[in-house]
Write a protein that binds this ligand. Structure first.
Ligand code: GDP
Ligand code: IMO
Ligand code: MG
Length: 427
């Protein structure tokens, strides 16, 4: 029985949360496998709107077991804040499972994230300031604190002492900050032990057993392909593996178990934070997309940078992730435009590139080559089948599908769960 991966195909905020929620009632497990509370997923169910950061979007589906996988970095204070807020709204969070091997974001890593960004000045990444990068750096440096460490005070103290030995030197001598006290960190982490203990399990084993028993597992990415630490626009990326390969390492589910990869792609493009973005619009058209698409960050509230659809990126995401199906989201936002430009390739110093340029410098200098497609004016939010869409909207979807390298199986026509045109079944 299937394990299905959902990934972002652009720079994040494509609508992964809505897509996960849409499938939530038909899957048994939803696993978050990378990132942490840098993610922000808005899910709209009827008149209720939920903003999720650390919890998998499957938490909103009553029959589904939400899992925080080993590849995630967990801010324990945010975990319990989010749980409490959902419980106060009547959402059952009791099934949540947390990997014993997931790393925790210690307070010093939040401080280091912010202070490093300030230090970088104009070279900053524009991070969410949640401590994500420093925590993954600790994981790779073998200085990280894992969920299981919190249950052994002696080990926890040793590890925090080990991490702070170097970090306090950096904080005080490089950044001119005060040193962090070991006890403060240890005490904060220990304060979560009682609430955390019942949720923690061997999640790779749990998921293995579930798949053997014929259950369906949905693996939900945070961030997106172009923010992936290996395949994204490095160094303007997040610090985790947000692509389909990361779904395996971040959950313990082997590649041979993955049956399907669903790429979520917006009908235009957005990006938050710094870094190259070839189709970015600095004019009224960009402002129009931002206003109509309500493109303001769920996590930091920052206005998202907006631009036209970029087929080079979509093709790249299809290839890197092995996308079997795309969900094209926010098509409704394009309604009312006379012409809709789509970037089909780049011009880099007079040379046409149909694929992502090899070097960062070339990507920085990529000038989009546009094809203009005719727009449509009829409201499409009530469309539920492909045939319900105006002819020009159908033609836009078909053109984008041809350029992107995988079939478009669903189309978003509004923020609500029901605002979806299903072309092919996603499960
Ligand atoms: P995620 O991080 O990929 O889960 O995406 P976000 O939740 O950060 O951003 C997507 C935003 O678009 C959310 O506010 C969604 O409610 C909204 N959204 C998702 N799909 C659609 C759609 O098809 N049409 C419209 N108008 N809004 C959508
Ligand atoms: P979802 O899951 C959009 C961006 C930040 C910054 C870079 C690194 O909602 O799609 P980090 O704090 O991760 O070290 O920041 O990555 N970023 C996102 N942009 N959506 C996200 O998540 C993001 N998570 C991180 O803006 O440019
Ligand atoms: Mg988001």
């Amino acid at each position: 029985m299937p394990a299905v991966v959902i990934v972002g195909a652009q720079w994040g905020d494509e609508g992964k949360g809505k897509a996960t929620d849409l499938l939530g009632s038909r899957v048994d497990y939803v696993v978050k496998f990378n990132g942490g509370n840098n993610a922000g997923h808005t899910v709209v169910i009827g008149d209720q709107k939920y903003a999720l950061h650390l919890l998998p979007s499957g938490i909103l589906s009553p029959g589904c077991v939400p899992v925080i996988g080993n590849g995630v970095v967990i801010d324990l204070s945010v975990l319990f804040e989010e749980i409490d807020a959902l419980q106060a709204r009547g959402i059952d969070t009791s099934k949540l499972q947390v990997s014993a091997n997931a790393h925790v974001i210690a307070d010093y890593n939040r401080s280091l994230d912010k202070v490093t960004e300030r230090f970088l000045g104009s070279r900053k990444i524009g991070t969410t300031g949640r401590g994500i990068g420093p925590t993954y750096a600790d994981k790779m440096n073998r200085l990280g604190i894992r969920v299981q460490d919190v249950f052994d005070e002696k080990i926890l103290r040793q590890k925090v002492e080990g991490a702070l030995e170097l970090k306090n030197q950096i904080l005080t001598k490089v950044y001119n900050r005060r040193a962090v006290d070991v006890d403060e960190i240890v005490d904060e982490l220990l304060s979560y032990v009682d609430r955390l203990r019942p949720m923690v399990s061997d999640t790779p084993l749990l998921l293995h057993d579930a798949l053997v028993a014929g259950k369906t597992v949905l693996l939900e990415a945070g961030q997106a392909t172009l923010l992936d630490v290996d395949h994204g626009t490095y160094p303007f990326v997040t610090s985790s593996s947000a692509t389909a390969g990361g779904a395996c390492t971040g959950s313990g589910i082997p590649p041979t178990r993955i049956d399907r990869v669903i790429g979520i792609v917006k009908a235009y493009t957005t990006r938050v934070g710094e870094g190259p973005f070839p189709t970015e619009l600095h004019d009224d058209a960009g402002e129009h997309l931002r206003k109509t698409g309500l493109e303001y960050g769920t996590t930091t509230g920052r206005p998202r940078r907006c631009g036209w659809f970029d087929a080079v990126i979509a093709r790249y995401a299809a290839r890197i992730n092995g996308v079997t199906d795309f969900v094209l989201t926010k098509l409704d936002v394009l309604t009312g435009l006379e012409k809709v430009p789509v970037c089909v390739a780049y011009d880099v110093a007079g040379v046409r590139h149909d694929e992502m340029p090899l070097s960062q410098s070339d990507f920085h200098h990529a000038v989009p080559i546009y094809e203009e497609l005719p727009g449509w004016t009829d409201d499409i939010s009530a469309a539920r089948t492909f045939e319900d869409l105006p002819k020009n909207a159908q033609a836009y979807v078909t053109a984008v599908e041809k350029m992107s390298g995988a079939r478009i199986s669903a189309i978003g026509v509004g923020p609500d769960r029901d605002h979806t045109v299903v072309v092919h079944d996603l499960l």
